[in-house]
Design a protein around this ligand. Structure first.
Ligand SMILES: NC(=O)C1=CN([C@@H]2O[C@H](COP(=O)(O)OP(=O)(O)OC[C@H]3O[C@@H](n4cnc5c(N)ncnc54)[C@H](O)[C@@H]3O)[C@@H](O)[C@H]2O)C=CC1
Ligand SMILES: O=C(O)C1=N[C@H](C(=O)O)C[C@H](O)C1
Length: 252
């Protein structure tokens, strides 16, 4: 039985992970951490991870960047692996995660769905085929409770293109003050927030007289919860380092 400590357990995703984990025979959430210590499930909830009494094997984190960094300190102190699903990190915070991964295993993905990770591969192929003659724009849509913009996934998709384009692209998040034509070395990234949209990501390749649009639509938060649980199973027992969905998919 894999014992999970859930950071951000009372958030929207924390609650879905708690519910979905119950459908697995070989995994159990044994404690949660959240600023809101309401006990919604059958495990104790702490506001401070250093007060946890329960034994656990792996941490799953769906919270806020600052809370992720706190749980990382706790993970380093207890030598436990962490699955980071939280998004919205600054460059400095990302550096801290990378540094922590020299001491403990860290599974880090802005999107825990299989589909988005396939999209990342498809857009790399699209870039290789279409090259820089096509203008690339990314549109992401999420629910009205989301704090960070653009989404971690939109940035991950832009980075996937940059990875095969020798980092030649600059990201443009806002054109309203710009009074000039777009350049070929930019990727426009745009955020829509409304209602209960779970998560949509469209990558548009607009060329001379043709447009290719590669789109992923998440229809439920369960796909992210299932992905995070599979990531937790994958990372338990691994050595220190950074792992992502590609590693998980390749191991299947
Ligand atoms: N990688 C992925 O596949 C996915 C990632 N996410 C990301 O997960 C994060 C959480 O998303 P939601 O659950 O929708 O947000 P949410 O706002 O509903 O939940 C965040 C939870 O963290 C708690 N929290 C805040 N500060 C804390 C602290 N210092 N210590 C412990 N807990 C603290 C809040 O009380 C809240 O319960 C976001 O960054 C979101 O972008 C969301 C869905 C999928
Ligand atoms: O906040 C969310 O809900 C989501 N956040 C992630 C992101 O920022 O990319 C992943 C998913 O799209 C849902």
């Amino acid at each position: 039985m894999l014992r999970v400590l859930l950071n951000g357990c009372n958030g929207k995703m924390g609650q879905v992970v708690s519910r979905v984990a119950k459908t697995y025979d070989d995994i159990k959430v044994v404690a949660g951490v959240d600023l809101n210590t309401t006990q919604n499930f059958d495990y104790p909830v702490y506001s401070n991870p250093f007060q946890i009494k329960e034994e656990f094997d792996v941490i799953i984190d769906f919270s806020l960047p600052e809370a992720t960094l706190t749980i990382l300190e706790f993970a380093k102190a207890t030598k436990k692996p962490v699955v980071i699903a939280t998004t919205g990190f600054t460059s400095e915070q990302k550096e801290k995660i990378i540094k922590a991964a020299t001491e403990i295993p860290v599974f880090w993905s802005a999107n825990m769905s299989l589909g988005v990770n396939l999209v990342a591969e498809l857009i790399q192929k699209a870039y290789r085929t279409l090259g820089s003659r096509f203008d690339i724009e990314i549109i992401e849509k999420h629910h009205n409770q989301k704090i960070d913009a653009p989404s971690g996934t939109a940035l991950m998709l832009a980075d996937a293109i940059n990875e095969v384009a020798n980092n030649s692209y600059e990201y443009i998040y806002d054109r309203h003050t710009r009074r000039k034509k777009r350049s070929q070395n930019e990727i426009g990234i745009f955020s829509v927030r409304g209602g209960t949209i779970v998560g949509e990501h469209s990558v548009i390749f607009a060329g001379p007289d043709e447009i290719i649009e590669i789109k992923h639509t998440a229809l439920s938060k369960e796909i992210f919860a299932n992905g995070a649980i599979k990531a937790a199973m994958f990372i338990a027992g691994k050595s220190a380092g950074i792992y992502n969905m590609k590693d998980l998919i390749n191991s299947m």
